[in-house]
Design a binder for this molecule. Structure first.
Ligand code: IPM
Ligand code: MG
Length: 370
């Protein structure tokens, strides 16, 4: 029996708890049926934490996250907390986790399952067979740059300020992750910024190029302005293998890429820090989608993005590739059988609730592990 793996689950807000409820069933299933055991604890993040502790992430929860082998997060935010000051908004809880755990590399794979080719708003031939990886820088850029704030000018007008800032080492470490991933894939990296208007973009391009020349000659490197990249993603997404980009462009481009796969409800992500002496990386896994307050609490949420995030956790944090494969195969089989939540529904398919999707996934896992 491998040693217990500690997993901290933070369901969060909106559809987070519903989606996570189904993933929890799969975690328990793994625990019982596979050669791995998890030491699972749950805690609050986002609005849920705010309502109880007055902050979107309690210090005790932050400590637990530091000590866990991996953190699995649902979603944060919702209209209930929209009017709050910036420092206590639910989103700050998530940003604190990313920043304090130094999770600088956010891996957002966009894979189009054959069964969902019709669910994308794009033509089937454009998305069929799609398999790209967006590597988004996650602890720098305009999300964290100083100065920031809203100030009142002498003439009474107000001014909002954010700062886009990147250092050499911040660029190099995330680019290295992208190159390493590309080595195991199609060996192509497209680096994306706005070097035509931003100095931080010029530096980004120079540093990525330098690192490429020094250490990754076997990988093909190209550069693209971020606006063009957005356009190319909907025009001909299969031209890409790995895309590496900054925090803000990565946020936007990964939402664009999500739609190529049929729905935001399908996209998982892994946020990784540096490996320590033992090779262990701090890591947080979360779906790319948000808390979707419009459908929260109605059993309509698609739990697949959260479940696939757990599969990434098995693969990247626990080196349990076979177990991750098992989950991904189960997802494929369920989709192939025509079972759908509302976000990926197509004519002729069977519409199920969040829990119905969980039932179908567990039945498929049972079949495979029998
Ligand atoms: C994401 C989300 C977050 C972000 C929000 C919830 C803070 O959109 O993970 O893509 O902007 O990074
Ligand atoms: Mg986003």
């Amino acid at each position: 029996m491998p040693a217990n793996k500690t997993l901290l689950i933070l369901p969060g807000d909106g559809i987070g708890p519903e989606a996570m409820g189904q993933v929890r069933r799969v975690v328990d299933w793994m625990d019982q049926r596979r050669a791995v055991s998890f030491d699972v604890s749950e805690d609050l993040v986002g609005g849920a934490a705010l309502d109880v502790h007055g902050v979107p992430l309690a210090d005790a929860t932050m400590d637990k996250a530091h000590n866990a082998d991996a953190v699995l997060l649902g979603a944060v935010g919702g209209p209930k907390w929209d009017g709050l000051p910036f420092e206590v908004k639910p989103e700050r809880g998530l940003l604190r986790l990313r920043k304090e755990m130094q999770l600088y590399a956010n891996l957002r794979p966009a894979i189009c399952f054959e069964a969902l080719v019709e669910a994308s708003t794009l033509k089937p031939e454009v998305v069929s067979g799609l398999d790209i990886m967006i590597v988004r820088e996650l602890t720098g850029g305009v999300y964290f740059g100083e100065p920031r704030g809203i100030e009142t000018l002498p003439n009474g007008e107000r001014r909002g300020i954010n700062t886009q800032v990147y250092t050499t080492s911040e660029i190099r470490r995330v680019a290295a992750v992208a190159f390493e991933l590309a080595k195991k894939r199609d060996k192509r990296v497209c680096s994306t910024e706005k070097a035509n208007v931003m100095e931080s973009g010029v530096l980004w391009r120079e540093e990525v190029t330098k690192l490429h020349n020094e250490s990754y000659p076997e990988v093909e490197l190209s550069h693209m302005y971020a606006d063009n990249c957005g356009m190319q993603l909907v025009r001909a997404p299969k031209q890409f293998d790995v895309i590496v980009t900054d925090n803000l462009f990565g946020d936007m481009l990964s939402d664009v890429a999500a739609m190529l796969t049929g729905s935001l409800g399908m996209l998982p992500s892994a946020s990784l820090g540096d490996a320590d002496e033992t090779g262990r990386r701090k890591a947080l896994y979360e779906p790319v989608h948000g808390s979707a307050p419009d459908i929260a609490g109605q059993g309509k949420a698609n739990p697949i993005a959260t479940l696939m995030s757990f599969a990434m956790c098995l693969r990247y944090s626990f080196d349990l590739g076979e177990d991750a494969d098992l989950i991904e195969e189960a997802v494929k089989a369920v989709l192939a059988s025509g079972i759908r939540t509302g976000d990926i529904m197509s004519p002729g398919c069977t519409l199920v609730s969040t829990e119905g999707m969980g039932d179908a996934l567990l039945a498929e896992l049972d079949k495979r592990a029998a």
